[in-house]
Design a protein. Structure first.
Length: 482
């Protein structure tokens, strides 16, 4: 029997991943009972249902105000914890310099769960700590008793159904929080210690394999993104002739050290001689066209991104015509460069660049200006530490290649097709990652609430410390998501 999911959509969309991750078939428990808890549903008949406060201890240890000012510890704040992993490593602090919320003492085996900003679903089970660990008072520190497997607690608290209940019972809009007392009344399903251990071992094994599948796709996406940069660079600088896939017959110095050589028959001119910087600004006249802010443009692709934020143009803006290139001069390393086929207005943090001559075409110019070579060069000219900006004075003075018009057209069409193919492959891999994450989330939820029986599957897993087990966990990082 295949994995049984309560969500039919999840079951269909992730069915193939159980085979890829080499996970065994699982089946339901033979006998179930009503838990009496709506969100928990039926649980195995031999499991108990406990209030959290009767199962675990909360905030057992705290730092007192008279702690030695030179006491040094690792500090964990809400923002550094994801759901089941650390987003950032703990910060090393002395008590004298620590924030007043650094008071929760954490020991190996404890589980941290956020009680403020609960929508973040920050949960982390501490397997081991190299030094004293202190958490923010925005966490509740859950300490297991002698008949509880510490890691099982971590998985229970990661359970999406449980975290959804925490979020739903939080109070406050801007800074939602749940009290320790309220949290303690939540009921969870608790199997025997041997079964907790079996569940933990199976989930460690399963999530490790799922995470490795995710990492493999992330590496492929990174490789595809790098290949896109290389392809754009080689095409717009003439390293390859896109019509033949080979280098041009001969090259000449461009006269610009950062640009290097260009094909011998290409021209080289300053950008300002090929494109005008449109500086006309107005307080009105937005008309019916698009209004574009920096956040509407996707970095490195130039794609228009819809924003939930409502923009009301205020003060000065710039108008642009169809075919103009918008270059984000604020934090240019973000590569906010786009060309729209419609007129509109944009914030003044865009340079509006318009071709002076037909010999410099927008399609080629857009790819060139968004190439990593150009972005890095312009970024090196910025001023301002917190909000670095580039100036047209520098950008316009850059010597840029100017291929014959037919070649510009060929380069733009070649890159349009190549980028579309690469983006489709990247989108597929990102969707697969989403499905794997759904699968991981659903698997944890169904196992810790007793919807799936893993006892037989656990018995077939390699023994801890064996060669097979070492291979299965070779990339696992304790306490953090790979």
């Amino acid at each position: 029997m295949r994995l049984v999911f309560r969500s039919s959509r999840s079951a269909k969309s992730v069915k193939r991943f159980s085979g890829e991750a080499m996970l065994p078939d699982l089946k339901p428990y033979p006998q179930m009972k009503d838990s009496g808890v709506e969100w928990l549903g039926d649980v195995p008949s031999h499991w108990g249902v406990w209030r959290l406060k009767h199962w675990l201890s909360a905030n057992r240890r705290t730092l007192s105000e008279d702690t030695n000012p030179d006491y040094t510890f690792d500090y964990v704040d809400i923002g550094s914890v994801g759901t089941g992993y650390l987003v950032e490593p703990p910060i090393r602090l002395r008590f004298r310099n620590a924030p007043s919320r650094a008071r929760r003492v954490v020991r190996p085996g404890d589980t941290l769960m956020s009680t403020v900003r609960t929508y973040l679903k920050a949960v982390w089970q501490v397997n081991e700590a190299e030094s004293d660990l202190i958490a923010s008072t925005g966490f509740v520190v859950l300490t297991p008793n002698s008949f509880t497997c510490p890691k099982f607690v971590g998985y229970v608290c990661q359970n999406e159904n449980f975290t959804n209940q925490v979020t739903a019972n939080s109070v406050g809009i801007a800074y939602p929080a749940i009290s320790e007392t309220k949290l303690g009344t939540f009921e969870v399903a608790v199997p025997t210690l041997p079964e907790q251990t079996a569940i933990t071992r199976f989930l460690d094994h399963a999530t490790d394999r799922i995470d490795r599948s995710i990492r493999a796709r992330e590496k492929l996406i990174a490789l595809l993104e790098e290949q896109k940069h290389v392809l754009v660079h080689d095409a717009v600088t003439g390293r390859i002739d896109v019509r033949t896939g080979k280098p041009y017959p001969s090259y000449k110095p461009s006269g610009a050290k950062w640009l290097g050589e260009v094909p011998a028959h290409w021209g080289v001119e300053r950008l300002k001689s090929l494109m005008a910087n449109v500086v006309d600004q107005s307080h009105s006249g937005y008309g019916e066209g698009i209004f574009l802010a920096l956040e509407h443009v996707e970095s490195w692709t130039g794609k228009f991104q819809h924003s939930e934020r409502a923009f009301t143009p205020e003060g000065q803006s710039k108008g642009f015509q169809a075919g103009d290139i918008l270059f984000g001069k604020l934090r240019p390393y973000l590569a906010k460069v786009t060309r729209l086929e419609a007129a509109g207005s944009c914030v003044s943090e865009f340079l509006v660049l318009r071709s002076r001559h037909r010999k410099y075409q927008g399609g080629y110019a857009e790819y060139f200006l968004r190439s990593k070579l150009v972005i890095d060069t312009i970024n090196g000219s910025t001023y301002g530490a917190r909000m670095p900006r580039a100036e047209w004075t520098f950008i316009g003075s850059l010597h840029v290649p100017c291929p014959p018009a037919p070649e510009q057209t060929a380069i733009a069409r070649f890159l349009d097709d190549a980028m579309a193919n690469a983006d489709q492959a990247i989108d597929r891999k990102r969707r697969e990652i989403e499905l794997l994450c759904e699968y991981r989330t659903r698997l944890i939820a169904d196992v810790v609430t007793g919807k799936l029986d893993v006892r037989e599957a656990d018995a077939e897993l390699p023994e801890p410390g064996s060669v097979a087990d070492d291979f299965a966990g070779e990339t696992r990082q304790a306490g953090s998501r790979p």
